[in-house]
Write a protein that binds this ligand. Structure first.
Ligand code: THU
Length: 129
C-alpha cells in the first residue's frame, strides 16, 4: 500500500465538524514504519491541529525523528498542500530531498521536495553563532 493510500485510509477519522474538511497525513521513516495523522478541530477554533502535525507527533512519540517520505490527502479540487506552519514542522524532520506527495480523492497528485515547499526554512543552524 502506498503512503497516499495510508493517508486516505486514516483521513476518515479526522475530527472536522467546523470546516467539514477532513485531511489525512502519512509519514514513512527510514526504518520503514508508517505514522499517520488527521486534523483535529476544536470548538475554540485556533486550538485545532492539522493532520501533518498529528502524524509528526505520532512519529516522535514512537521514538523516530526522520521523515523519509510524506503524503497529505483531502477531498479537494486539487491536491491538498500543507499550510505554512506545517511546512515548517515537516522541515524540522525532513532532510533535503524528501518528497512530499500531495493528493486529493479524485486521483490528482503533486510531488514536491521539502526544500521547494519551504525555501529558506528557518533551522537550528541559524541559531548557532
Ligand atoms: N488542514 C490540515 O489538516 N492540513 C493541511 O494541509 C491543510 C489544512 C486542516 C486544518 C483545518 O482543520 C481544515 O483542514 C481546514 O483548514
Amino acid at each position: 500500500m502506498s503512503l497516499v493510500d495510508d493517508a486516505i485510509r486514516i483521513r476518515v477519522n479526522a475530527h472536522a465538524p467546523y470546516s467539514g474538511f477532513k485531511v489525512g497525513a502519512a509519514i514513512r521513516t527510514p526504518s520503514g514504519r508508517v505514522f499517520t495523522g488527521v486534523n483535529v478541530e476544536n470548538a475554540a477554533y485556533p486550538e485545532g491541529t492539522c493532520a501533518e502535525a498529528g502524524a509528526i507527533a505520532a512519529m516522535v512519540a514512537a521514538g523516530e525523528t526522520e521523515i523519509a517520505a510524506m503524503a497529505v490527502v483531502g477531498d479537494a479540487p486539487a491536491p491538498v498542500t500543507p499550510c505554512g506552519g506545517c511546512r515548517q514542522k515537516i522541515a524540522e524532520f525532513a532532510p533535503r530531498g524528501v518528497v512530499v506527495t500531495m493528493a486529493n480523492l479524485a486521483g490528482d497528485r503533486l510531488e514536491m521536495k521539502i526544500e521547494a515547499l519551504l525555501p529558506y526554512a528557518f533551522a537550528k543552524a541559524q541559531m548557532e553563532g
